[in-house]
Design a protein around this ligand. Structure first.
Ligand SMILES: CCc1cc(N2CCCCCC2)n2ncc(-c3ccc(F)cc3)c2n1
Length: 251
């Protein structure tokens, strides 16, 4: 079993994971942070803060078993509608996250990436993210891809606008448009589609996340709130993915 450098002694018992059948791309909707806090009589932002501290733990577990891309839904285009103070708190998390975690991520050859619109993000948020992207741009290990200020329908509309522009300029002809060509206009054109989507907190919705890319992904849900999402639960999702692949794999 692969171990992240500087790994703490494993405290979780991984169900039998077949290392040669690990999903290349796992996407996670990290939901339930506010309810986690409410359950404890804490302010919602305490849940977001606890959720932030869970990101690196799950990233290292994914890295340990050889996941290639981990996409984490951190902030949707709809989240701007939240109370101003909550949005301001959320926008400060990247600059808090990196000083805490960047060294171990770099030691484990993790590359940071962002999927979403930079427009509208506060300068301090962007500076933190762009700094981490720059510091990890030559790493060749797991890609930790933060979906930030991201919306699936916005992504599709923006892609179609680019296609129409290319068609108008004679770069794209109607009979050239197929699924591969359409995918090349998405923000994730350089990534494989997610093999597995995990959503925490018991919600059974996609919430405008990777709508094009999740067409063939396995969906796995847990009632656990994100701050309570453990490596054990992550490995349970991977094991279930592998069971389904065995059951439905091939024809
Ligand atoms: C900007 C909103 C937000 C919210 C958030 N939460 C709150 C909701 C989801 C649960 C996790 C904790 N986290 N956690 C890490 C980041 C982060 C994002 C980009 C980056 F480059 C480094 C870290 C983060 N960003």
């Amino acid at each position: 079993m692969w171990l992240s450098k500087k790994s703490k002694p494993r405290t979780w018992e991984a169900p039998e994971i077949e290392l040669d059948k690990v999903p290349a791309h796992v996407a996670i909707i990290m939901d339930g942070n506010g309810r986690w806090a409410k359950q404890r009589g804490l302010p919602r932002v305490a849940g977001h803060h606890s959720g932030m501290k869970n990101v690196k733990k799950i990233t290292m577990a994914a890295n340990d078993i050889g996941v290639k891309v981990l996409t984490m839904y951190a902030f949707s285009t709809e989240n701007w509608k939240r109370p101003k103070d909550e949005v301001e708190f959320l926008m400060k998390l990247p600059q808090e996250f990196f000083p805490l975690e960047i060294e171990e991520l770099i030691q484990n050859n993790v590359r940071i990436r962002m999927t979403g619109w930079k427009e509208g993000l506060p300068d301090y948020t962007l500076k933190a993210i762009e700094g981490a992207i720059e510091r990890t741009k030559d790493n060749t290990g797991l890609i930790l891809n933060f979906a930030l200020n991201y919306g699936g329908r916005k992504e599709i509309i923006a892609g179609v606008q680019d296609m129409l522009q290319d068609a108008h300029n004679g770069i794209l002809k109607p009979d050239e448009l197929d699924e591969a060509k359409f995918s090349s206009y998405m923000l994730t054109s350089d990534l494989p589609d997610p093999d597995l989507l995990i959503r925490t907190s018991g919600e059974l919705r996609l919430s405008n996340f990777l709508l094009w890319q999740l067409a063939y992904s396995e969906l796995w849900f847990t009632d656990a709130y994100w701050p309570d999402f453990t490596e054990d639960l992550f490995m349970q999702a991977i094991a279930e993915f592998q069971r389904r692949a065995r059951r439905y794999g091939g024809v």
